[in-house]
Design a protein around this ligand. Structure first.
Ligand SMILES: Nc1ncnc2c1ncn2[C@@H]1O[C@H](COP(=O)(O)OP(=O)(O)O)[C@@H](O)[C@H]1O
Ligand SMILES: Cc1cn([C@H]2C[C@H](O)[C@@H](COP(=O)(O)OP(=O)(O)O)O2)c(=O)[nH]c1=O
Length: 206
């Protein structure tokens, strides 16, 4: 049987990586052999593109930035995600297509329809079975981000607060448009509390 594909989405520092690791560990404890992966990245080629994309010394226009995310994803899907799903493994991915729709869509580059077309061409339109959108007000995660990154945010994370507010609004709009695929998870409280909310949604999937 084909594996399940679960993605984590949301703004910077809401706890996606922490929760992706906790979910993968919980699946392992149940006898699964999940693939835990991330975007941009997840394969050698896509990790090389990630280095370019996040390097503050680089500068890309909105269209080239979007195309690079799509190129990294195409390699990740073909070389890592699809083979794992076909082998019956569950895949837990820290960010995916919806990050491109939220971060690059609406920023004067490509439209949401363009981004979905690129995804259809590059990644055969692969969509997650479940997308967990971690949601918290920026003030609620500011301390977490400061403790993790200090002054070292990357080329995209370091953009102004208005940009990140627009990203959060686009994520919320995507979740409202596709309620069957998305679950909005309150990301405040301890990591264990957030994990319990996530497991309730994953149980429903299994
Ligand atoms: N529920 C939580 N409460 C407090 N701190 C958290 C929580 N979840 C994660 N953190 C911490 O906040 C920082 C950002 O979490 P991380 O999982 O890296 O977020 P993201 O992947 O969404 O950017 C990390 O230092 C992490 O240890
Ligand atoms: C996958 C993806 C990430 N990004 C951005 C979001 C982040 O600022 C950055 C790197 O992602 P990530 O390492 O997940 O950052 P964080 O842990 O802070 O959430 O890349 C996009 O702009 N578009 C995309 O399609």
């Amino acid at each position: 049987m084909r594996g399940r594909f679960i993605t984590f989405e949301g703004g910077e520092g809401v706890g996606k990586s922490t929760q992706a690791r906790m979910l993968a560990a919980a699946l392992e404890a149940r006898g699964h052999r999940p693939l835990l992966t991330r975007e941009p990245g997840g394969t050698p080629g896509a990790e090389a593109i990630r280095t370019l994309l996040l390097d503050p010394a680089q500068s890309f226009g909105p269209a080239s930035e979007t195309l690079l995310f799509a190129a990294a994803r195409a390699d990740h899907v073909a070389e890592a995600i699809e083979p794992a799903l076909a082998a019956g493994r569950w895949v837990v991915c820290d960010r995916f297509l919806d990050s491109t729709r939220a971060y690059q869509g609406g920023e004067g580059g490509l439209t949401d329809a363009d981004i979905c077309t690129l995804h259809a061409v590059g990644s055969r339109g692969l969509l997650p079975d479940l997308t967990l959108l971690l949601s918290a007000a920026p003030e609620q995660v500011a301390d977490r981000l400061a403790a993790r990154d200090g002054d070292n945010s990357d080329r995209i994370g370091g953009r102004p607060a208005d940009y990140h507010r627009a990203v959060a609004a686009r994520f919320a709009a995507l979740a409202a448009m596709e309620p069957e695929r998305f679950r909005v998870i309150e990301a405040t409280g301890s990591p264990e509390e957030v994990h319990a909310r996530i497991m309730a949604e994953v149980e429903a999937l299994a």
